[in-house]
Structures are given as C-alpha cells and as structure tokens.
Design a protein around this ligand. Structure first.
Ligand SMILES: [Zn+2]
Length: 464
C-alpha cells in the first residue's frame, strides 16, 4: 500500500514536470482592444471578446445587463460579472476556483493548466487580479489571450489603458497577482454558446447614470449624500432621502415632462447632476468644497464645466426649474442667444400649468421692470436681442433678465411662444438674434409701436 501510494505521487510529480515543459507559444490574434470607462474593466473585457466574435456588446450594455444598481457608482464585481456572462450566452466554467492554502502551488498550477488548455483551444478567459502599480481598484479584470514560452510571459489585453493591447507579464508575477486572498482564483472562460448582439437602446441607460454617480461620488469624497435618478438627471441631496425624492419626483419630473412636451426633443448631451443643498451654509460651503468655486447667485446656478446644477433648495424650487431649462436649451438650440436662454429660464422660475402645458406666471422681476419702463430706461427690443453675452450679463443684468422674461411671457399669453421657439430654432443661422423671427411671428413691421404696446401691457400686470 505504502509503496503504491509513493509510486502514485512520484508519477504525479513526473506528470506535472512533463506538463510544465509542455507549455508552448499560444496566441489568440485579432482581438480588438477597448479602453474601459472608469471601473468598467470587466465590462470592457467582454466587449473586446464580443468584437472578436463579431457581436455587438458594448461595455455599457454589459453593465446594463448586469442589473447592478447604477447609483452604487461602480462596475460589476466578480459574482455579478459571472452571472452576466452566463446570461449573455457564455459557458464560463466554474468561475470560482478554490485553492487549498495547504497546497497553494499545486492548486495554482492546476488553475494555470486550465487557462492554458482553453487558450490552446482558442478560448480566452477573463481573470480577476489583485491591482498592481498600473491600476487602482479592488479587483481588476483582464482578458487573457496567450502565452510566450521563450520569455515565460502571459499575454493579455489591459482594459485600463488605451494602448493596452497584447501586453505581456511574466508568468511568475501573473501567478502572484491572480489569487484573491489565499483561497480564491477567479477565471471566467469565454466559450460562446449562444451569444447575441445587445439590444439597441435610446437615450441614457443604467451605464450612463452609473458613470455619472461614480463621478459625483468621487467628488463627494466620502461625504454622505442621498442619490436618486430622475431622467435625464442624477439628483443628489444633503438632507437625506425625503427632500431629494420630493424634488426629483415632483419639481424635476414635472418640469422636464412639460418642457419636453413643448420644446425640447433632445436630452442634454450627458447625464447632469442636480445638487440640492438644504440651506445657505451647506450650499456655500459645499459649492466651494466640491466644485472649487463660489456660488454665483444665492439661489443656485448651472455650471457647464462640471455638468451640474447646484441649488440652495431652501430658496424654493423656482430656480431649479429655471436652471433645468439651460442644459436642455444647450442641446436643442445650439447658439441660443443669452436673452432667449435667460428669458425662457426665468419665465419658468415661477411656473404653473394650463391645459397640461407649462406656463410662466408673473413674479418678483415685474416690479423692477415696471419701474424701468416708467423711467424710460428700457432698451429697444432690437438692442436687447442683439446684445452679446457680455452686454447681456454684465450691463444691467437684472433689467435685461426681466425684459427678456416678460417678452417671453407676452408671447406665451398671445399663444405665440412655442411657435416662436420653433421658428427661431429653425431660422437660427440666418437670424441669430431672433429679431427678424420675432417680427414675423408678431406680424409687426413697426417695432417701436410694438414696444409701446408691450410696455403698456407690462404696466398692467400684477404680482402678487
Ligand atoms: Zn439662467
């Protein structure tokens, strides 16, 4: 018995030694490389291999298929990626390979033989590795594509870098980084069984919201906020769940639905974050801390650079609706002049509903405007409409906003505003100020006479 056992082990050792010398060059060629989006390393590996298989499964689609909550702001962890791969039609094998700490070397060698055997058959694998100097993450996925015998190197696609195709790593190093902890090795075989193209999608998907949440969570740097998705926005607040849901489900959804109904066919270019700070102190402190700037108004503002609406929500939801107009205007009306951008934004900062459509109501800007009219200090509409951004924002800003707002209000009350918006967008190349379009829509040749009529109309308005 003893000698039999001894013989068995001896054979096993010889077999291993023979196997070790049997590794030869193997390489799966022609696998396109894809640079991952932040934390989508596993997702990008799947896309690369899918491309090799002539299937269309972008990294975003992999994340979308995973069902991972986008607001967590991270890509798939290994269990989620394994499940998703099966769902996408791959035979992933065991996925989890247990290692017995008592015989780590032998178990690892077995894992390697399995990986190598698949490569020899033309089947790549995604492995999860301990991050090294190149990557910051908990576990990093790489796509393994070959082995170089002469230099004893593993060949792989590195998703984290744009020039990461067909990288090489000494097998020694690979074997050190492969086990996660001292009991687990993760390898997903990518043998296609029934792989299909990902479904086409319109607008923003989970992956877009996830990337945006990730960005904002990074910005928050451990500070605790509450996150909610309200398409096409991620709404974030510092006062816990209730107020965030209140504004997301209420003001934001209400305004977006109605603005889209009458004006905006396209969503903003990317997912925009709406930050709701619950009071003046938090608004001022966090605008500085998270965005590195001072608030430009006490109520809130839109920063295109950070793609964020930053609000002191204690001042109410009016400014929120005002600011929501701007990113939509940017994507639907490129080159929109300041007067119309701010006229429309400020029209809806005091908003209501009529026959299912959003309308602006008279508001606090009225009194100042009436005063300016009485003093005879208002510019002509031609001047207002042809102001460049500097003139509009820096010279008599308050009066300009008010005049623009109540021109929009007048058009709204004459049932001409939606018509004007559409005609203006259409004519924007040859009429960048909108002045000629205004004359056409008003059917008015004498704009001095119109201004007189409009001024009388405004003087007759009341707020509150
Ligand atoms: Zn504005």
């Amino acid at each position: 018995m003893r000698s039999l056992l001894a013989m068995f082990f001896a054979c096993a050792v010889i077999a291993t030694a023979v196997a070790e010398t049997m590794f030869q060059d193997v390489l799966i060629e022609g696998v396109p490389h894809v640079k991952q989006k932040p934390d989508f390393c596993g997702e990008a590996c799947v896309e690369m291999w899918a491309r090799k298989l002539k299937k269309h499964i972008p990294q975003d689609a992999v994340f979308n298929a995973s069902g991972v909550d986008p607001l967590l702001g991270r890509g798939c962890y290994a269990p989620e990626l394994g499940k998703t791969l099966k769902q996408l039609g791959f035979n992933i094998g065991d996925g989890w390979l247990r290692i017995d700490p008592a015989q780590t070397e032998a178990d690892l060698a077995r894992c390697w033989r399995g990986l190598y055997a698949d490569l020899a058959k033309g089947i790549s694998s995604i492995v999860c590795m301990i991050p090294d100097e190149n990557v910051e993450s908990i576990g990093h996925f790489r796509l393994i594509l070959g082995y170089k015998a002469a230099s004893d190197e593993v060949v792989y696609h590195e998703p984290a870098e744009s020039n990461g195709a067909y990288r090489r790593m000494k097998r020694d190093k690979f074997m050190k980084l492969w086990p996660l902890g001292n009991e687990t090795v993760i390898r997903f075989r990518l043998e296609p069984r029934d792989v299909k193209d990902a479904p086409a999608f319109d607008g923003f998907t989970s992956a877009d919201y996830c990337q945006r949440a990730m960005e904002e969570r990074t910005r928050a740097n451990g500070q605790k906020f509450f996150y909610v998705i309200q398409p096409p926005f991620v709404v974030i607040g510092d006062q816990g769940e209730e107020p965030v849901r209140f504004y997301a489900d209420g003001t934001v959804r209400w305004a977006v639905d109605r603005l889209k109904q009458d004006y905006f066919k396209k969503d903003p270019a990317g997912v925009i974050a709406i930050w709701l700070f619950g009071n003046k102190e938090s608004y001022e402190k966090n605008t500085r801390k998270l965005f590195g700037q001072a608030p430009t108004t006490p109520f809130g503002f839109y920063t295109g650079q950070s793609r964020a609406l930053i609000m002191n929500i204690a001042t109410g939801g009016g400014t929120l609706v005002h600011e929501i107009v701007h990113p939509f205007m940017a994507s639907n009306f490129p080159g929109c002049p300041s007067w119309f951008n701010e006229g429309m934004g400020s029209l809806y900062e005091q908003a209501g509903e009529r026959d299912g459509h959003i309308i602006g109501l008279t508001n606090w800007r009225l009194a100042g405007l009436q005063e300016t009219i009485k003093n005879g200090k208002l510019p002509s509409f031609e001047n207002l409409l042809k102001m460049n951004p500097h003139q509009f924002y820096e010279e008599d800003r308050g009066a300009n906003y008010a005049q623009a707002r109540y021109l929009c209000y007048y058009l709204q009350e004459k049932d001409l505003l939606v018509k004007y918006y559409r005609a203006f967008v259409e004519a924007r190349e040859k009429d960048p100020s909108g002045y000629d379009t205004l004359k056409t829509i008003l059917d008015e040749k004498d704009m001095d006479a119109f201004q007189k009529r409009w001024e009388e109309y405004v003087l007759g308005l009341r707020f509150p």
